[in-house]
Design a protein around this ligand. Structure first.
Ligand code: ZN
Length: 428
């Protein structure tokens, strides 16, 4: 396995071309479109379409490519792609998407190439940016190392730094993480940091892939990976924008208004490419939804809005949204989540199920959340045999079957040397 930027290259031809290109670029950096940042290790920053095209066709010959992106979205609604890092089995490069005249088409073609596995760590935001920049393209097939780590004993939501440390023993310097990726030229420190996000990803991928094959757990990740590659995960539906808000509304009528307001704000933020809060803060949305003003001058009475807001064009739009919400038939509005207290019996059952879940997860080295979430546990506790993932397939084998036995009194939990142990009880 190639383990560093200067690692050996096994494929004849490709390696010669790379060396030639590097040597050439040292002499004529502007002509080749490849700017060497270091002579050793040779870190290449691609700034032209032709260099990108050559590199991507070499990368397309490999089994996989590790991918990472750096972007900025503090001042905008849509993320601004600032840097792309790629590492195949034999080479690694940085692509500068802000370089003048560069066309990222070869990169997007590589992302769409079904014969090359695209390896990401916590892929969602990277996929989202490819999806929005390349007109709905979703890189396939995908291997997400953060998800794979969940069935290889690394817990849930493990960070890249921790995974690198645990698998390769290396310590990464993350101090450049939140620097300004849109500035040019980028500092050497930024580039070293950026390339590290894909070079070690290769080692992690190889390690996790072997582990999954050895344990036969590849299919355990199917649902997670399917969600990651589903267009619906990335499509923007302003009418669903309310779902990311807290339900700080008093009734269904107020919720209907909140839905309209959130949709209006989402469209405005998208059209103007500014963060949502720049259009209207969340607090103001809740306030308006609960007060339901039907004339602009009423908006002045809300403490969450500034003086003079009532005279703006936005005020008129907001009043229209409020009216649309009020006109809606409350029966078509989703029910507010009711916080009905659980029975004491169900609460105790859930507590025991949690202990069993933790013990099963630890024994099989799987992150508990991948087996069952709190909704699963609540339903197992209160229904006979609910239709939940935890009672199907491998999850049932690891945990679900025992959970039902525990409920029926056929399983007991005890401790052995500090570890939780589930014991089958003899049938009485
Ligand atoms: Zn990164």
């Amino acid at each position: 396995m190639a383990s560093g930027p200067a690692g050996p290259m096994s494929r004849p031809g490709a390696s010669d071309r790379v060396r030639q290109e590097n040597a050439l670029s040292l002499l004529k950096p502007s002509d080749s479109g490849v700017r060497p940042v270091y002579k050793r290790p040779a870190m290449r920053v691609i700034t032209s379409t032709s260099a990108l095209s050559e590199t991507c066709s070499r990368l397309a010959a490999g089994d996989y490519v590790a991918v990472d992106t750096e972007f900025m979205r503090e001042q905008t609604f849509w993320p601004d792609l600032c840097l792309i890092q790629l590492a195949g089995p034999h080479e690694e490069v940085i692509v500068d998407p802000l370089a003048e005249g560069i066309d990222l088409k070869p990169f997007y073609e590589l992302m769409a190439d079904k014969s090359v596995v695209k390896v990401f760590h916590a892929a969602r935001q990277d996929v989202e940016i490819v999806f929005s920049e390349a007109g709905g393209l979703i890189p396939t097939p995908i291997f997400d190392t953060q998800i794979a780590a969940m069935v290889c004993g690394f817990g849930e939501s493990v960070s890249y730094v921790n995974l690198v440390k645990k698998i390769t023993g290396r310590d990464l310097d993350k101090s450049s993480r939140f620097t300004d990726w849109s500035r040019r030229p980028l500092s050497e420190k930024q580039l070293v940091y950026a390339i590290g996000d894909v070079t070690h990803l290769r080692d992690i991928y190889t390690h996790l892939k072997t582990e999954l094959e050895t344990t036969g757990r590849e299919s355990w990740l199917d649902e997670e990976m399917a969600e990651l590659t589903a267009p619906s995960t990335y499509e923007s539906h302003p009418e669903n924008a309310w779902q990311r808000l807290k339900m700080r509304v008093k009734n269904r009528k107020a919720l209907a208004v909140l839905i309209e307001l959130a949709a209006w704000r989402e469209r405005q933020a998208q059209a103007q490419d500014v963060p949502r809060g720049r259009i209207l803060r969340d607090e103001a949305l809740y306030d308006i939804a609960n007060q339901q003003p039907t004339a602009p001058e009423k908006l002045s009475e809300l403490r969450t809005l500034s003086d003079g807001f009532a005279r703006s064009q936005r005020a008129k739009d907001i009043i229209d949204a409020v009216k649309r919400g009020l006109e809606r038939d409350p029966k078509t509005v989703p029910a507010l989540p009711h916080n009905q207290p659980m029975s004491a019996e169900a609460t105790a059952t859930i507590e025991l199920l949690k202990v069993l879940l933790k013990a099963s997860a630890a024994r099989h080295r799987v992150a508990p959340r991948l087996i069952a979430d709190s909704e699963d546990l609540e339903r197992i506790a209160s229904e006979a045999e609910p239709d939940v993932p935890a009672l199907k397939g491998w999850r049932r084998q690891l945990f679900g079957e025992d959970a039902l036995k525990l409920k029926r009194g056929e399983l007991a939990l005890t401790l052995a040397k500090g570890e939780v142990l589930a014991l089958s009880l003899p049938n009485s």
